[in-house]
Write a protein that binds this ligand. Structure first.
Ligand code: DX5
Ligand code: ZN
Length: 209
């Protein structure tokens, strides 16, 4: 199991990113909020881009925004492995996926707890990752929604039915107790469980085992 660490609820981002850099975490999960798709807003890119200075880990960028096309070129400049956009947005999703690919970055499609899995179907041939939200996006530190287990099973069955090579990432409320409900995922994204702890590596290792 791979682990991606979200620093959304960090109180000291530079310090926490330095600490994460000393762990074996696979990715840094970068949560971007525009105050429109979700009510909270994260810092602007001109500040956010400095995170790059504190980590050499690959970035897993999660755009919780209405217009990803304004953000994709910015985050494509960083050490980015994946950029995920939401399937619920009004912007043309195919155009956004093409824009991500034009930077040779892998594309992800995020799906909210209330959105049916079938909404993903038209985009399956064009994506590398599905980000299954196990909380309503907007803030860190929320509780894992139990129905996510079934959602993960449906997503996995869908991928298998088309024999596609798509990675499944699950995001929100992940900890030592809830990881057992996510065995259909390939990546666990955890925020407060890791950055709210004293020993980051211990928490990361507990998610892998
Ligand atoms: C929720 C974010 C998540 C969140 C994860 O809106 O997309 O990435 O920060 O944090 P925890 O693990 O605290 O739920
Ligand atoms: Zn996220």
């Amino acid at each position: 199991m791979k682990v991606s660490a979200s620093f959304l609820s960090s109180k000291d981002i530079p310090n926490d990113l330095r600490k994460l850099n000393e762990t074996d975490v696979d990715y840094i999960h970068v949560d971007i909020m525009d105050g429109k798709f979700v009510s909270n807003k994260t810092m602007p890119f001109k500040e956010m881009k400095h995170i790059y200075e504190y980590t050499s880990k690959r970035l897993d960028v999660h755009l919780m925004v209405e217009n990803p096309s304004a953000y994709i070129p910015l985050y494509a400049e960083l050490n980015t492995e994946y950029i995920s956009i939401h399937v619920e947005i009004m912007e043309n999703i195919m155009k956004d996926l093409e824009l991500i690919k034009s930077y040779s970055i892998k594309c992800g499609l995020a799906i909210n707890p209330d959105t049916p899995v079938k909404e993903l179907v038209p985009y399956l041939p064009y994506i590398d990752l599905i980000l299954v939200m196990s909380v309503v996006p907007g803030k860190g530190g929320q509780s894992f929604i139990p129905e996510t287990t079934q959602k993960l099973e449906e997503v996995r069955a869908l991928i298998d039915s088309y024999s596609l090579d798509i990675v499944v990432n699950v995001d929100g409320g992940i900890n030592q107790d809830t990881k057992q409900f996510c065995d259909k995922a390939d990546i666990l994204t955890a925020g407060s469980y890791i950055v709210g702890s004293e020993n980051f590596q211990e928490k990361i290792s507990s998610l892998r085992s």
